[in-house]
Design a protein. Structure first.
Length: 69
């Protein structure tokens, strides 16, 4: 919501018509929640995504070290 507030306070009323239209689109998009799903099965939060990436990187480095030896 911080993005939407910043856009609203940006002095949009002094902008050209084209810029006002673009800002309106950005304002509407900034108010919607964005999330990643796993084919509609569940929503992946930032915390779970971070955990998945960390775990994947750990397995990758482990396999890389085993492969080198």
């Amino acid at each position: 919501m911080g993005i939407a507030d910043s856009l609203y306070r940006s002095g949009w009323y002094q902008a050209s018509r084209r810029l006002k239209s673009a800002l309106l689109i950005m304002l509407h998009r900034a108010q919607k929640e964005v999330h990643v799903t796993t084919y509609g099965f569940s929503i992946v939060s930032l915390q779970s995504y971070t955990t998945i990436i960390k775990t994947s990187w750990s397995y990758f480095t482990l396999l890389l070290n085993v492969y080198k030896k």
